[in-house]
Design a protein around this ligand. Structure first.
Ligand SMILES: Nc1ncnc2c1ncn2[C@@H]1O[C@H](COP(=O)(O)OP(=O)(O)O)[C@@H](O)[C@H]1O
Ligand SMILES: [Mg+2]
Length: 375
């Protein structure tokens, strides 16, 4: 069902589908004001099939309300919540860019790895937004932390201006409930981002969110899912074991300090992780000092633009089967040399075969690492 062209609540005009997730379709839209004023918005249409769910509306109103209270430059702002013809819409700030999942994919498609300073910049931005939610206080000043619960590459939006914004605050609970009423595996791809203790049945916490950030940073640096498998059960087992493969087996340019930060963030025991998002962000900030002469926001913005163009070109190529038949493999020129960050060519260990299959799997037995490269 494509609602493009419709107007919601008399003021939000839907232009086109921007993305689809497990429980909603996101549209690019705009709101018109007086004197030709116009502003882009993202309109999230909650899938109507979930209407049968008990307390469906209450759940969204409550969670959208909590989400909309959070105001921070690194959090996607929720503006409004509307009902129209029995359907529900969340109106959010529009982020002109791509999500981190697309960003990682673009590098993978080109058989490149994300320059580590860009991964660090994504981490710091995500953690600033997350920290603001964790540090939330209620009107009377008592701590009222908001746990995100669904840190995953699709919920980290990257703007072509280099801004990092975390989205979908407060919607994870709703997603869980929906997942439990749909067939197993319907809400795809999210399982991989659970923290080990959550996979053992403990509730989500500040520390499980921080593990999530460690997880997406590991994926950004390697181009691979940290915990992957053919079945949910297989993935689940890997999460519980919390075996984190060494990044140095996949690329050798990542500073030891960054590897140490990720080791801490991805500790199996929550007590051994960072105490807060701010602490984790500070540690990444220290690592960033090694990227001398890099303006992270500018570099990230340029990389996001290039990645978006590459994904779009690829999509266009895929539509043109005649071109494909003629063997038109388009070379995408993307150099970050001018911003002082060179995308790293794949090491021989990350084979090109691994990078051309859509579901990259870790090599079951990584090749031996020379003693000097061992963490
Ligand atoms: N505020 C926004 N601005 C621009 N694009 C967005 C925004 N929110 C979501 N999107 C895009 O829409 C896609 C679907 O979003 P969502 O329904 O949250 O699904 P999921 O998080 O499960 O992937 C996202 O992956 C993202 O690419
Ligand atoms: Mg999302």
């Amino acid at each position: 069902m494509d609602l493009s062209g419709q107007t919601i609540d008399g003021k939000y005009q839907l232009v086109s589908i921007a993305g689809e997730g497990g429980m909603a379709t996101v549209y690019k839209g705009f709101i018109r004001g007086a004197a030709g004023f116009q502003r882009s918005v993202a309109v999230k249409h909650i899938r109507p099939e979930f209407r049968a769910l008990k307390n469906y509306v209450d759940m969204f109103v409550e969670e959208a309300r909590v989400g909309s209270e959070l105001a921070h430059p690194n959090i996607v702002q929720v503006h409004d919540f509307c009902a129209e013809a029995g359907s529900y819409f969340l109106i959010m700030e529009w982020v002109d860019g791509i999500d981190l999942g697309g960003f990682i994919k673009s590098y993978r498609d080109q058989q490149k790895l994300v320059p580590w300073p860009l991964a660090v910049a994504v981490g710091i931005g995500t953690l600033r937004g997350l920290g603001a939610a964790h540090d939330r206080v209620s009107a009377d000043g008592t701590p009222a932390p908001v746990i995100h619960r669904d840190i995953s590459p699709h919920n980290v939006l990257l703007g072509i201006n280099g801004v990092v914004k975390l989205s979908d605050f407060g919607l994870a609970k709703a997603r869980d409930r929906m997942a439990s009423m749909t067939a197993p595996g319907t809400v795809k791809g999210k399982l991989s981002y659970l923290a080990p203790e959550v996979a053992f049945g403990k509730p989500n916490s500040v520390q499980s969110d921080l593990f999530g950030v460690g997880n997406i940073l590991w994926e950004t640096l390697t181009g691979e899912r940290l915990f992957d498998g053919k079945t949910d059960v297989e993935i689940f087992k890997k999460i519980r074991t919390c075996a984190v493969p060494a990044i140095s087996d996949r690329r050798n340019d990542v500073p030891a300090a960054l590897i140490a930060v990720l080791d801490m963030a991805l500790a199996a025991d929550p007590a051994n992780r960072y105490g807060s998002a701010d602490e984790f962000a500070h540690a990444l900030g220290q690592v960033m000092k090694q990227a001398v002469g890099v303006n992270a926001a500018t570099a990230l913005g340029q990389a996001v633009s290039a990645a978006r163009k590459q994904l779009k070109d690829d999509e266009d190529d895929n539509l043109s089967t005649t071109e494909r038949a003629a063997g038109n493999s388009r070379d995408i020129e993307f150099s970050t040399a001018d911003i002082g960050v060179e995308p790293v060519e794949l090491t021989q260990r990350a084979t090109s075969q691994q990078l051309t299959t859509p579901n990259i799997k870790r090599q079951p037995t990584p090749p031996p690492v020379p003693p000097d490269k061992k963490k």
